[in-house]
Design a binder for this molecule. Sequence first.
Ligand SMILES: Nc1ncnc2c1ncn2[C@@H]1O[C@H](COP(=O)(O)OP(=O)(O)OP(=O)(O)O)[C@@H](O)[C@H]1O
Ligand SMILES: O=P(O)(O)OC[C@H]1O[C@](O)(CO)[C@@H](O)[C@@H]1O
Ligand SMILES: [Mg+2]
Length: 522
Amino acid sequence: MALASPVDYASIIQLNRFGLLSCGNRLRCIGYEKKTRAACQLVVRATFVDRPKLDFSNPNWKKQFQEDFDRRFSLPHLTDVIDVEPRPTTFSLKSRTPLENISGSLEESWNGYVNDDDRALLKVIKFASSTSAGADCIDPDCSWVEQWVHRAGPRKQIYFEPQCVKAGIVTCGGLCPGLNDVIRQIVLTLEKYGVKNIVGIQHGFRGFFEDHLSEVPLNTHVVQNINLAGGSFLGVSRGGASISDIVDSIQARRLDMLFVLGGNGTHAGANAIHAECRKRKLKVSIVGVPKTIDNDILLMDKTFGFDTAVEAAQRAINSAYIEAHSAFHGIGLVKLMGRSSGFITMHASLSSGQVDICLIPEVPFTLDGPNGVLRHVEHLIETKGFALICIAEGAGQEYLQKSNATDASGNMILSDIGVHLQQKIKSHFREIGVHSDVKYIDPTYMLRAVRANASDAILCTVLGQNAVHGAFAGFSGITTGVCNTHNVYLPIPEVIKTPRLVDPNSRMWHRCLTSTGQPDFH
Ligand SMILES: Nc1ncnc2c1ncn2[C@@H]1O[C@H](COP(=O)(O)OP(=O)(O)OP(=O)(O)O)[C@@H](O)[C@H]1O
Ligand SMILES: O=P(O)(O)OC[C@H]1O[C@](O)(CO)[C@@H](O)[C@@H]1O
Ligand SMILES: [Mg+2]
């Protein structure tokens, strides 16, 4: 791929995580596994082909960058393609009987609304140099460039008559703690606006076109207690997304708003639905709520369910620790979810404090040889008598036989690195004639079937409410998340360009290495 000139340093730094090689004016994504190379290629394309070239010797380059940034982060709105007049909102916390009084005038004195021009800063650190840990620079001097994104929350003007709105909610992909909390908050907030017709679409996108999956009527009474259990009250599924069929179904059902809860794949689907609705000039707001225990959505501090998953992983890690510590030459091995991102494994290792070796997909490692993982396990057994290893499911896939099989959504089905590592450790110790006692724990689905913990429940509440405010404000093709502790709306394409990955140059990864004390496995 040809490299735009001059170089976009921010992207080079980001791309270097993938093993980017710059040869002359060509860029090549090298190393690691196929999936990571594909992610690298996506970033290269998004950065060097879809974005304007910046000439840093031009004094106007910052202005140019910011104009491009503002264009990319502007929120698609219903009025971009159809004529629709705003009306005063019916959302007010001043009203004593909101459902009966919704046509009344606003409480002008209430300062609870977000102004459309409110913004939050996407980046808040001024790096002095591109060599600072975790530096994320745009130009070689690491200049400070303000990058503002739109603040989430209720607006004074809305674009729907609540009494006439039919709103749908759908949950797609894998399970995630907090799905029910989000569904519940969406319903409660819609009712606060005065919406009376709310339905759940069963089992993800399938519910749109599989006849036996009927709409589930939702109201406060129905959803009152659903947050007390894990899973999804509406059911989830993978696969089965025909965008044109879904939009036909949206039209047939007369939906005005659709809240789509899911990860990267679901958001790609939500954006395609939004684009198709726009093409057909439909007055339908499509709003995403990012759901992934993997925490692999770009730009956000964290996604709901992640904290709960990290907490749930503690039981497995602690059990592995107790087993390893109690056995003679005990080696505890825990495999945690994380298809392409190692956030759960990194945070769970940090949280536990007992993990000796943390292995994630973003940081390649060798197993054999003097600098390999096996030699280090041997060293741990020699020096402290036991070892504890935590590995992400997507790590070390290059050591395994690839099946090229995919799930219904097209996600690669990974081979089991946990089982492989367990076997490698056992045979290594057999070969060197040292006793070992390996205890392997795979708590995979126990991490995500639980109900949300307290901090995730709060996050779900905020996201669910903001999703409804975003739809009433007339936005579509957006998602909502937390950036630097502030709640924002973001256009969907910006958060799904690639899966968000652990930056091996970040302070957090360095903290993890400090905590485990593990060497470089190269
Ligand atoms: N690029 C895409 N365009 C349209 N629809 C998609 C796309 N990718 C996935 N989907 C659809 O989105 C839904 C969910 O996708 P997927 O199973 O990958 O889960 P996800 O949203 O990424 O969540 P998870 O984090 O659990 O993997 C599926 O119905 C799938 O068919
Ligand atoms: O077995 P399932 O339901 O397809 O889900 C497994 C996947 O779900 C994820 O947690 C994403 O939700 C991945 O890390 C994992 O590979
Ligand atoms: Mg996915």
